[in-house]
Design a protein around this ligand. Structure first.
Ligand code: FE2
Length: 782
């Protein structure tokens, strides 16, 4: 093995500077720590060194003759991949960035070097005293104070390494106890994870990803996911039990409103357990964000102009021109066209209502005569229905919902329309008849494309307004936000951090309880922001959630089933339904990912049945989250692996794909206010040929309401800073290589879906990108 004398000299010299010369040849010192830059093969690599032996010197000097790529490979074996691979140029030249290589060869007494990773959140660091104790199968280490002289330990974003002396054999290291004691003032600490390196050179990861508050201690378990049945040691069983007991005290169910899915027991965001709060409460303050949005959009001058109507459609552009994007601009230009109206039922921000029509309902007496001039195949309405060319959207849920009366100066109205749609010869879905209320009669005419321009236009505007209400309250609030919170609470209450399902789900509930708590605090509460501009404000939105609870069925939340229930699955029959096509691809990818993870931990169906923690999670969702409602079809127990995979796919997809599909298109589709009015200020017309442009403008939201609406849809459509998109899990709750491989496979599949969508969208005037995985956040946080 060639020795580089220069390098040895260099090592000694640097070691000298570090003041550790006396240890260099002491056989008890078994640890070398190199930190350096690689410049070129054979040249100096070391900038500092701690302890060494002659054997280590041989190894380190050998490194000097290897290429930078070999050093990179070595570091990858030693620690999780944090350092990017060198580029081709680096292999023969300089490796950009700092390398840190730590090697333990042999020796007694045992030195357990370990690293502590501090979070990068604001105020994640601490000046408090931190003690660590290693707990092994045969005993414990001493309690070690982690403090390096002349060094500021545990700063935000730091990775700090320490040697812990263990005077006797403690067996396999199973737990790490971290204690924090106050140094000067209250100084909470966010610890990401702890890595312990054994004398044998193995790395053991202890995921934490938690705040340690006040003078508290936490005990971390080794990161390999384990089911309860796999824990044989009493110490580990106790740890699981205690963790859940503590969590159940912190995460409690509460009925925010009778009949709603239950939510977290917290009055406000600051009441929540620190671990699930937003890093900065300011960032999630709806009032602040809406106001900021209105300022950024230069519309804040209108924010107090309630009762002040716009002059005409062009006048709406006064608040629009500065903020248009490709889609919103297209909407502004084409919103009056029937094609654009129909398209939104497939690919707008609420693409979940349209269904195939098999029979014209009695309450909607559309006749062949009425629509024959819209039908292009020389068939009767009945024949078109038989051929599957007729679709329907029924807003029955809105019938009788209380209107917003919070502003006595503004009367507001809600309708409950039914809309019949037709797939024309170009395979475009267009509206052919609209009735604005449920009860048929002379005062509830069926509007047709052949009616006067303004009659037909206003009828479509009413449908768009109704769609907005259902979208916000049912598709978005109830079916994604509130539901995901149920899964989150049940997860925290019933699954210990070492459980594979906890590790799988935790990235998918990040900030969900927090955003919902903030929404209950500022948005949907009495006198909340929701009342400002929405016709369903002031309590109508609560009634709507209650009514739509009956439709919150398990089946309807599984995307493939939901599509089939509406008979919208045939790509041949119904092309251009991108929400369906992309959504099913993402669903399948999630299903595969979840299936791979389940396969690793659950050998057979019996393992699923006997997993008491998993069963408690499912039961908590059913009994408390969904209030024991059998009719919803949620399972009370899971009996097979297949059921488990579907269940978890539903949880992950609801939080990711489904929410993205209904959330991030809000600005695109709702910012052009006539296309999506949040309120209507005149009643629906009861006769034909009476509607004028003035009546339409008087019906649409006033300047103040338009402005608040715009601020809302803008703020709600923004990604978080440092958003984590589907499949990216920088918090390494799972430490096993097998799971990391499964994650890589998942990301690859998602990437392929993304490329497909990008290709499909090329040159499209209306690209559909809400379900492109690079735009789907892992969890609901806005
Ligand atoms: Fe949302």
């Amino acid at each position: 093995m060639p020795l580089c004398k220069d390098a040895v000299q260099s090592l000694l010299k640097v070691s000298d500077q570090q003041g550790v010369k006396g240890y260099i040849f002491q056989p008890l010192r078994t640890h070398v720590n190199l930190v350096g830059y690689y410049s070129s093969p054979g040249s100096r690599v070391l900038l500092s060194a701690k302890f060494t032996t002659s054997e280590v010197l041989l190894i380190t000097t050998d490194l000097l003759y290897t290429s930078s790529h070999t050093i990179w490979q070595l570091t990858q074996q030693l620690r999780p991949p944090k350092i990017p691979p060198p580029t081709e140029g680096d292999r023969h030249g300089r490796l950009a960035g700092k390398l840190s290589v730590s090697i333990v060869i042999f020796g007694h007494p045992v030195l357990e070097p370990f690293q502590v990773y501090v979070g990068s959140q604001w105020f994640a660091g601490t000046d408090d005293y931190i003690y660590i104790t290693l707990i092994g199968s045969k005993g414990c280490s001493e309690k070690n104070l982690l403090d390096k002289p002349f060094y500021n330990d545990f700063e935000r974003g730091a990775i700090d390494s320490y040697d812990v002396t263990v005077s006797e054999d403690i067996g396999d290291i199973l737990l790490v106890k971290i204690e924090k004691h106050k140094y000067w003032y209250k100084d909470d600490w966010y610890c990401r994870h702890v890595t312990v390196k054994t004398p044998a050179g193995d790395y053991i990861e202890f995921p934490c990803y938690r705040w340690i508050l006040n003078d508290k201690e936490i005990i971390l378990r080794e990161g390999k996911a384990k089911l309860a049945k796999d824990d044989k040691l009493q110490m580990l069983k106790q740890h699981r039990k205690k963790e859940l007991e503590e969590r159940q005290k912190l995460y409690r169910w509460k009925e925010w409103h009778p009949g709603f899915p239950q939510s977290i027991d917290a009055h406000c965001h600051s009441d929540l357990p620190h671990d699930i709060q937003f890093d900065s409460e300011k960032g999630v303050d709806f009032i602040l964000n809406y106001t900021k949005a209105m300022e950024n959009l230069f519309v804040n001058s209108f924010m107090h102009m309630f009762q002040s109507s716009w002059n005409d459609f062009a006048d709406f552009e006064r608040i629009f021109v500065r903020i248009s994007n490709t889609i919103s601009e297209y909407v502004m230009q084409h919103w009056k066209e029937d094609f654009m109206f129909g398209y939104q039922f497939l690919n707008g921000c609420n693409p979940v209502l349209i269904r195939k029509c098999h029979k014209i309902p009695d309450k909607f007496p559309v006749t062949n005569n009425m629509v024959e001039c819209s039908l292009e195949r020389n068939l009767t309405l009945e024949e078109e229905i038989e051929q599957g060319n007729i679709f329907i959207v029924d807003f029955e849920l809105l019938d009788g919902i209380s209107v917003n009366k919070t502003d006595p100066c503004t009367l507001q109205y809600i309708a409950a329309p039914i809309c019949l749609l037709y797939k024309n010869l170009e395979n475009k879905i267009v509206p052919i008849a609209i009735q604005l209320n449920q009860e048929p009669g002379v005062e509830n005419p069926i509007f047709l494309p052949t009616d006067s321009h303004y009659d037909w236009l206003l009828a479509k505007i009413w449908v768009r307004s109704s769609d907005f209400h259902i979208h916000q309250t049912v598709s978005h609030l109830l079916r994604t936000h509130l539901l995901s919170e149920v899964f989150a609470i049940a997860m925290f209450r019933q699954l210990p951090a070492v459980h594979p399902v906890f590790k799988l789900l935790i990235p998918h509930v990040r900030f969900t309880i927090a955003i919902n708590t903030k929404a209950r605090e500022q948005l949907i509460c009495e006198c909340g922001l929701f009342d400002k501009a929405n016709a369903t404000g002031g309590g109508g939105h609560v009634e709507l959630v209650l009514r739509s609870m009956k439709d919150l069925t398990y089946q309807s939340l599984c995307l493939p089933e939901a599509i089939k229930m509406r008979e919208m699955e045939s790509k041949e029959d119904i092309p251009y339904y991108f929400f369906r096509d992309d959504g099913l691809k993402v669903w399948e990818a999630v299903l595969g990912f979840v299936g791979d993870i389940v396969d690793i931990y659950y050998k057979d169906d019996k393992t699923v049945c006997e997993d008491t923690e998993l069963q408690a999670f499912v039961k908590d969702v059913f009994v408390y989250g969904l209030r024991d409602n059998e009719a919803l079809g949620f399972p009370k127990t899971l009996k097979t692996k297949e059921q488990l995979v579907e269940y978890l796919t539903l949880v992950v997809f609801t939080a990711s794909g489904q929410h993205a599909a209904v959330n991030f298109g809000q600005y695109d589709w709702c910012s052009w206010i006539p296309n999506s009015p949040p309120t209507m200020r005149c009643p629906p017309p009861t006769k034909k040929d009476e509607v004028t442009i003035e009546y339409i403008i008087e019906s649409l939201p006033d300047r103040g309401r338009s402005c608040w609406h715009l601020g809302a849809v803008w703020a709600l459509s923004q990604f978080q800073d440092n958003e984590l998109f589907l499949g990216f899990y920088p918090d390494e709750h799972f430490t096993e290589k097998s799971i990391k491989e499964v994650m890589v496979k998942f990301r690859k599949e998602l990437e392929e879906i993304g490329s497909f969508i990008q290709e499909r969208n090329k040159n499209k005037k209306l690209p559909y990108y809400y379900l492109s995985p690079d735009r789907i956040p892992n969890s609901i946080a806005v």
